[in-house]
Ligand binder design. Structure first.
Ligand SMILES: Cc1cc2nc3c(=O)[nH]c(=O)nc-3n(C[C@H](O)[C@H](O)[C@H](O)COP(=O)(O)OP(=O)(O)OC[C@H]3O[C@@H](n4cnc5c(N)ncnc54)[C@H](O)[C@@H]3O)c2cc1C
Length: 371
């Protein structure tokens, strides 16, 4: 009789792998290690990015990364996993070979959408593509891009026509060793391990086969895939808040106050519990809306998760950092984490932008049963 061997769960596999890595691996190093162990492909249904995300597997991986790696390194894995790879999966040719290399951890890809103009208003971006018979030129600068200083290729959103119409934008896959590409690190002490920086494309020449998803399909493809990034952020926020709450409870139970500990002070317990309540609400909302985003890429559900993640992370980390007193300011402590976690309300669409999407969808969200 043959013995059926079940695959090791993602979190167990990731934990075992992380035990073999240096204590604080950079994002690119982490990506290579996860790819070499086939852990990246496991976050997709049937291990194939064309079939969409497997939320349980993605949540399990993000939870392990959050527990063991810097926020910056987890960010460096999350952005390509949730956005770049699914975007490339809709294309054939060059993109599919880069996708295969990326899944195996042999290629790090950055998502370069935000450029020098206001990131919230993507339709005003200035990076330009000029097509001719033999290929295209790419010219412009992308700022605050995760993996900018560590990537092998960048998936760049650029315009091939002036004006804000959604058909004026196209994705181009650019190897970072192409002539005219340069990267500089962002001027910040935060986001260690994320490789965040600015990418400049000075009349970079590539062939037509570098276009991803078709000319003019840039904005519609992005709109379809940003929902997955928002779900990933919500799953990560669940892990981040619960981990921070556990750490703070441990600190409060050990911190002496009079004959007892801070944990015994009723005012502190109540403040802690209100942050716990917020984290539980975010977990419940995430569980409730995950299928709508994963299966249908429901944009209102994704916006709701993004807004919830941002506001919950802000409140929970604020309370936890405060409750640790001066100890909260230690290197790598909750005050530094809180400053970086403010990114949940900025990256991939600020809280205001996703609240506007929620407001637009309110009539359908609140439609009376049977109407
Ligand atoms: C660490 C880090 C990593 C990043 N990684 C990436 C990446 O990998 N790829 C990528 O493409 N980008 C990335 N970004 C950029 C990020 O997506 C942008 O910062 C974000 O889209 C906001 O754009 P902005 O910073 O230009 O803000 P702006 O557009 O200048 O907006 C500034 C503020 O104005 C307010 N505001 C703007 N518009 C509105 C509105 N419509 N309604 C109400 N208020 C408004 C908001 O409070 C907003 O925070 C990253 C940023 C950081 C900090």
């Amino acid at each position: 009789m043959s013995t059926l061997t079940l695959p090791e769960p993602v979190d167990t596999h990731a934990r075992r792998l992380l035990d073999t890595l240096p204590s604080s691996p950079g994002g690119a190093e982490l990506w290579r290690a996860l790819g070499a162990e086939n852990l990246l492909s496991r976050v997709y249904r049937d291990h194939d990015p064309r079939h969409g995300i497997d939320p349980a597997a993605l949540g399990a991986l993000l939870s392990e990364l959050d527990r063991r790696c810097s926020l910056g390194s987890t960010l460096a894995v999350t952005v390509p996993l949730a956005t770049c790879l699914p975007l490339m999966a809709s294309s054939t040719g060059l993109a599919s070979s880069v996708l295969e290399a990326a899944l195996g951890g042999r290629c790090v890809v950055a998502l370069a959408a935000t450029d020098e103009s206001a990131g919230c208003d993507l339709a005003s971006l200035g990076t330009e593509i000029t097509f001719d018979d033999d290929g295209l030129y790419l010219h412009g600068t992308k700022r605050w891009i995760t993996n900018a200083t560590t990537c092998d290729a960048a998936l760049v959103l650029a315009r091939h026509r002036p004006g804000p119409h959604f058909t004026n934008f196209t994705w181009v896959l650019v190897p970072t060793d192409a002539p005219g590409v340069s990267a500089e690190p962002a001027d910040t002490q935060l986001f260690e391990g994320s490789g965040t920086g600015h990418l400049t494309f000075d009349r970079v020449r590539v062939g037509h086969d570098h276009v991803v998803g078709g000319k003019g399909r840039g904005m519609s493809a992005f709109a379809a895939h940003i929902a997955t990034e928002r779900l990933a952020g919500a799953l990560w926020a669940v892990a981040l808040c619960e981990r921070t709450l556990r750490d703070t409870a441990r600190h409060l139970r050990e911190r002496r106050r009079g004959d007892g500990t801070l944990w015994q002070h009723e005012g502190i317990r109540q403040r802690y519990a209100s942050a716990l309540l917020r984290a539980r609400q975010h977990r419940a909302l995430t569980e409730n809306l995950t299928q709508a985003v994963a299966a249908r890429r429901d944009s209102a559900a994704a916006a709701t998760l993004k807004a919830s993640a941002a506001l919950t992370v802000e409140e929970v980390l604020d309370v936890c950092a405060h409750l640790e007193g001066a100890h909260g300011f230690r290197t790598g402590g909750p005050q530094a984490l809180r400053a970086q976690a403010a990114l949940f309300g900025i990256g991939g669409g600020t809280t205001e932008v996703v609240l506007s999407i929620m407001a637009d969808a309110a009539p359908e969200t609140l439609a009376e049963p049977g109407s």
